[in-house]
Ligand binder design. Structure first.
Ligand code: INI
Length: 154
């Protein structure tokens, strides 16, 4: 049996991060986690491009555009949707995650999902560099592994 695993070596690889301005108190911490992870795995500072979009609704179209320009080894989508008192949360969170899934399936490079969907601000902050880790870091680690795997599949 021939087995293939993606390594986590980011040396020489280029990545894009697309992040929402909405809930920026949380999302800026996700960016910090993601960039820290990339740099600690060998990705050069200048090999990471950061794109900002208004909200999670805008993530799928922006990620699709970035993934299509063949400049990157992977794209990391970062956002935060927090439940409010209306059904708006369901629409935004649902479309963002469904849309990113569709983009990921169509893209020739890996796309990772670092979008928090939580009931409260506290739950979001817990996942953005406090007691439940940093989902930006996790999303960056996944895209690194998948970029390594895609290289082997070529
Ligand atoms: N965008 C988010 O990223 N998070 C949210 O929690 C959110 N809520 O709750 O409304 C949100 N809404 C904005 C939306 O993503 C679009 O930017 C807006 O509808 C304009 O297209």
């Amino acid at each position: 049996m021939n087995e293939f695993n993606g390594d986590l070596n980011g040396t020489g690889k280029r990545f894009a991060i697309v992040v929402t301005r909405f809930n920026s108190l949380v999302t800026e911490q996700l960016v910090t986690g993601a960039t820290d992870c990339l740099h600690r795995h060998g990705v050069d500072e200048g090999d990471v491009d950061l794109y900002r979009v208004p909200g999670a609704w805008e993530l799928p179209s922006a990620v699709a555009k970035v993934a299509g320009n063949e400049k990157y080894d992977g794209v990391i989508a970062l956002g935060c949707v927090i439940r409010g008192g209306t059904p708006h949360f369901e629409y935004v969170a649902g479309e963002a995650t469904r849309g990113l899934g569709a983009v990921a399936r169509d893209a020739s490079i890996p796309v990772s999902l670092g979008v928090l969907t939580t009931d409260t601000v506290d739950q979001a902050l817990e996942r953005a560099g406090t007691k439940a880790g940093n989902k930006g870091w996790d999303a960056a680690l996944s895209v690194l592994e998948m970029a390594g795997l895609f290289q082997q599949m070529e």
